[in-house]
Design a protein around this ligand. Structure first.
Ligand SMILES: *[C@@H]1O[C@H](CO)[C@@H](O)[C@H](O)[C@H]1NC(C)=O
Ligand SMILES: *[C@@H]1O[C@H](CO)[C@@H](O)[C@H](O)[C@H]1NC(C)=O
Ligand SMILES: *[C@@H]1O[C@H](CO)[C@@H](O)[C@H](O)[C@H]1NC(C)=O
Ligand SMILES: *[C@@H]1O[C@H](CO)[C@@H](O)[C@H](O)[C@H]1NC(C)=O
Ligand SMILES: *[C@@H]1O[C@H](CO)[C@@H](O)[C@H](O)[C@H]1NC(C)=O
Ligand SMILES: *[C@@H]1O[C@H](CO)[C@@H](O)[C@H](O)[C@H]1NC(C)=O
Ligand SMILES: *[C@@H]1O[C@H](CO)[C@@H](O)[C@H](O)[C@H]1NC(C)=O
Length: 574
């Protein structure tokens, strides 16, 4: 059926666009590897040069004609994100390094490019005799880690839960009159979180009485083809108010890739873009000030969403970084052939915050949305971040992320060529999602040593009533980087233990089979805090197919952006 559609659409487009349209369709059909992907960018560039309107029309008609997504999804997403891609293509050489990175982000092609060498400058060398933080065995502090709540404030009980869009459970214009599967009050695995589910999470966190909480981002729901600035703003404000009304202890939040509009898109200062996500920083600066204080709130507004704040009563600082400037799916990162090592100065900000922490004799936690080790983080910036981590290793007591929707961890080593317990220097703990789209809703509770600020015990906790009576471990075993490394050694030899981990990734909610190859890749990825060291590097076309199937390393957040649309188009044209 798509074929008839396609002919009709192509006919309409040919009348409207002529040779450029024909060249675009043919380029989509031919796209198979790096050179053909670059040729596709060339065909898109020709149209972009005639203006945003033509670009949107051509791109959208091809998306609909090929049946790459529902027509409203094609139309909405390309209208929101298309102008950014067109802007990129007008400014770059379509056979240069930036174009190759764009092919990597869009289609998983041209993935191998060497790291652009950059030595992060530090204000001071590492101290030769660093301050020691020694546990006095005092009772632990409890901290809650929430992530990826993705609250759909238009969730409609009784609407269709079984639809063909990225999320369901809403009254869409093309919803059937009588749903095949009516949405129930407390959520569905095809839908983002209803408000009641978020209330349940926050009430359970409050009941467990943490000293403070961290939130690693992604408030806004996944109907990304409909989300413009007004909705993103009210969604962010509503969750700030919801947290404030339910939680008595402070919460330290960070910004996720869904917390702007269009999704993923945070412009660089060098782009001089009118829509540079400043509305996000304004909104969160105002909404978070009650927890992080006025100085940090000022930083959120003036440092592209990053800030640092002291935890009241503790010698611990929370440094929140906006990781979206290192995210491959942020298409503002591709609007110049000039290589920028540190877009918007986030790495420089991190260095300054860590140096101040070291100078004060305190310790820091880094929180952010996107963990640095996965293939969706730019290898350059992941490498530079790792340099910062190694320099301030004595100061950084913990690192916490979200984004994958899974309950995971990534280990950093002093020498990635020799991944041993002795060389394990840090770990990034990745919190599971509340949204039920990729597993059962969950959050984490950590026990923290009040002298070292290391995690000494952690237990996944679910906001369902049944878990309320679940016993929690109170052992004070430090969960050190070496501990996590040793756990990967167990996973490599003990199939039962590994399969338990595989089940717990999604809290049993979306378990995908993991064979020996997958096990090997999964363990490799646990040992990769730098994205250059993970084993996800896709072969040409691999990532494209992977996105359309339920793969093991499917990124919970990224499935519905521009890359998904283009991948589906290329696949449909085959
Ligand atoms: C575009 O990039 C390619 C590959 O780096 C280079 O050979 C070519 O000269 C560049 N073209 C322009 C106009 O800069
Ligand atoms: C979901 O919808 C499809 C048609 O779009 C139908 O074949 C399927 O049976 C439905 N599933 C449920 C659980 O109703
Ligand atoms: C910025 O975004 C708003 C709302 O999403 C839109 O109306 C406006 O056209 C955009 N401006 C530019 C310059 O892209
Ligand atoms: C890192 O490990 C590799 C492999 O064991 C070794 O050859 C190399 O010398 C080590 N590098 C450093 C800086 O110790
Ligand atoms: C990790 O394993 C090594 C080798 O078996 C052992 O010496 C070390 O004590 C273990 N470390 C932790 C923290 O479990
Ligand atoms: C493998 O792991 C399972 C689950 O943790 C454990 O019960 C079992 O004793 C382990 N087997 C060995 C040989 O260590
Ligand atoms: C994964 O496979 C590679 C190649 O066969 C092997 O060298 C490596 O040791 C394996 N890693 C694990 C964790 O099993």
């Amino acid at each position: 059926m798509w074929f008839a559609f396609l002919l009709a659409q192509v006919f309409v487009a040919l009348v409207a666009g002529g040779a450029a349209t024909e060249a675009l369709l043919s380029a989509v059909q031919n796209t198979d590897d790096c050179p053909t992907c670059l040729a596709l960018l060339g065909a898109f560039q020709t149209i972009a040069l005639t203006g945003d309107d033509a670009f949107i029309v051509e791109f959208t008609s091809l998306c609909i004609g090929l049946g790459a997504a529902d027509p409203d999804v094609c139309t909405g997403l390309i209208e929101l994100e298309g102008p950014i891609l067109a802007h990129d293509l007008r400014l770059i050489n379509t056979t240069g390094q930036t174009a190759e990175k764009l092919c990597d982000a869009l289609l998983g092609m041209c993935v191998t490019h060497p790291i652009n060498p950059f030595t992060v400058p530090f204000p001071k060398p590492a101290p030769s005799n660093p301050k020691k933080f020694i546990s006095r065995g005092r009772p632990p502090i409890r901290v809650a880690h929430l992530s990826d709540v993705h609250i759909d404030r238009m969730y409609t009980i009784g609407s269709e839960a079984n639809c063909t869009k990225p999320i369901c459970c809403r009254d869409f214009a093309d919803s059937p009159a009588i749903p095949t599967e009516p949405a129930l009050p407390n959520g569905n695995s095809h839908c983002d979180s209803p408000i009641s589910l978020a209330d349940s999470l926050l009430e359970e966190v409050e009941r467990l009485n943490p000293q403070f909480s961290i939130f690693t981002g992604d408030v806004v729901e996944g109907a990304v083809w409909l989300v413009a600035q007004p909705e993103a703003t009210t969604d962010l404000q509503a969750f700030n108010e919801q947290m404030a009304s339910k939680l008595t202890a402070p919460i330290f939040p960070s910004i996720g890739n869904h917390d702007t509009a269009p999704v993923n898109e945070f412009a660089r200062t060098t782009s001089n873009a009118a829509n540079n996500s400043q509305f996000v920083f304004d909104t969160q600066s105002a909404g978070w000030e009650q927890w992080i204080g006025p100085t940090a709130a000022f930083e959120v507004d003036h440092n592209s969403g990053s800030y640092w704040a002291k935890v009241p009563g503790l010698d611990l600082r929370i440094i929140a970084v906006n990781t979206q400037y290192w995210y491959k799916q942020n298409f503002w990162l591709y609007d110049s052939d000039v290589v920028q090592p540190d877009p918007n100065g986030i790495i420089a900000f991190l260095v300054d915050a860590l140096q101040a922490t070291e100078d004060a004799g305190e310790r820091a936690w880094i929180i952010g949305h996107i963990p640095l080790g996965k293939e969706d983080t730019m290898q350059d910036q992941s490498n530079y971040y790792d340099q910062v981590l190694q320099r301030y290793i004595n100061t950084i007591a913990g690192q916490f992320f979200g984004h994958s929707h899974k309950d995971q961890f990534e280990i950093a080593y002093s020498n990635y060529s020799e991944q041993t317990a002795a060389n394990a220097v840090s770990v990034g703990l990745i919190g599971p999602a509340l949204t039920p789209t990729s597993g059962n809703p969950a959050f984490k509770f950590y026990d923290i040593d009040p002298d070292t600020f290391s995690v000494v015990d952690s237990s996944p906790t679910s906001p369902t009533p049944s878990s309320k009576s679940a016993p929690r471990g109170l052992r004070m075993n430090p969960l050190s980087p070496a501990f996590w490394h040793n756990l990967t050694e167990v996973f490599a030899v003990n199939e039962t233990a590994f399969q338990m981990f595989n089940t717990f990734l999604s809290r049993g909610g979306a378990v995908t089979a993991c064979d020996a190859d997958c096990q090997n890749t999964t363990i490799c990825d646990m040992r990769a805090f730098r994205s250059q060291d993970n084993c996800d590097t896709p072969t040409p076309g691999f990532q494209m197919r992977r996105r359309s199937t339920t793969s093991h390393e499917h990124d919970g957040c990224e499935g519905s952006g521009l890359a998904h649309i283009l991948s589906s188009m290329v696949e449909a044209a085959k």
